[in-house]
Ligand binder design. Structure first.
Ligand code: ADP
Ligand code: MG
Length: 272
């Protein structure tokens, strides 16, 4: 029975691909910013020990007093971990290198795969009144990524429009299937988004054609172009949506947010 005294649960989306450098963090930051821009309340959980999402949103390492590590393994209160960013409605649970030891500690922890799930569903999260939680996963299929998948409603996969893009995807899909069979049967694939797309490059077009032929409808119509403003924005500690609001990169992430929402509405109409 649903608890009418609690606000509607936020939609939790893991942004995952075990390859590094494919645009996970960039997508996490800018999709989160695009959702916040249209009035959604969004939490970005930085689950990568490299802490790139935290840096990209202007949370200096010295200001990461309590982090995702504390949320997972130290029972830290959400209010002590989660910080407001410079973007209205966008919050972050920052990460530091501590998280790399978390992966080891998780192995010896009984409820190890459910730590993020439980942390995000505790009553103390309600005060944030979130609409979305996006999880920026590390470039690996380790226990942190499994935690993300168990905590999520869906997985969004950035795919770099580059040679070998599709390689490794079957392993990712296998992990998703395993999580579905063991711990989270509701986990779905939110979609695959092509990143760093270059229209003038035959290779980009080839990767797109392959991806659409192999994966079909799960590939978003929206593609994120390779755009220098997107890559500059993190060094100014801003999403590209604020750094250069009219850039192609910013527009493409707004389009991705709109497509994500309209797809979800279509699924709900179909009763999914
Ligand atoms: P991951 O989190 O998967 O490792 P990142 O999001 O950190 O990948 O992206 C890897 C690199 O590619 C970063 O330097 C980032 O700035 C750059 N990058 C990502 N998306 C774009 C884009 N659309 N245009 C240009 N550069 C991009
Ligand atoms: Mg990253």
């Amino acid at each position: 029975m649903s608890d009418l005294t609690r606000p509607a649960a936020p939609r939790v989306i893991a942004i995952a691909n075990q390859k590094g450098g494919v645009g996970k963090t960039t997508t996490a930051i800018n999709l989160a910013a695009a959702l916040a821009e249209i009035g959604k309340r969004v939490l970005l959980v930085d689950l990568d020990p490299q802490g790139n999402a935290s840096t990209g949103l202007g949370i200096e390492p010295t200001n990461r007093h309590k982090t995702t590590y504390d949320l997972l393994l130290e029972d830290a209160a959400p209010v002590d971990v989660i910080q407001q960013t410079a973007v209205d409605g966008l919050f972050i649970s920052p990460a530091t290198i501590d998280l790399s030891s978390a992966d080891m500690e998780l192995v010896s922890n009984e409820k190890r795969s459910f730590l993020l799930h439980d942390a995000l569903r505790q009553v103390a999260m309600d005060g944030f009144a979130l609409d979305y939680i996006l999880i920026d996963c590390p470039p690996s299929l380790n226990l942190l990524t499994v935690n993300a998948m168990i905590a999520s409603d869906s997985v969004l996969v950035p795919l770099q429009a580059e040679f070998f893009a599709l390689e490794g995807l079957s392993q990712l899909m296998l992990t998703i299937r395993e999580v579905r069979q063991s711990a989270n049967r509701h986990l779905r694939i939110e979609g695959v988004v092509l990143t760093m797309y270059d229209v003038r490059n035959n290779l980009s077009q080839q990767v797109e054609a392959d991806a659409r032929a192999t994966l079909g409808e799960v590939v978003f119509r929206t593609m994120i172009p390779r755009n220098v403003r997107v890559s500059e924005a993190p060094s100014y500690a801003m999403p590209v949506l604020t750094y250069d609001t009219a850039s192609r990169g910013a527009e493409s992430y707004r389009a991705l947010a709109a497509e994500l929402i309209s797809r979800r509405e279509a699924q709900l109409r179909k009763g999914a």
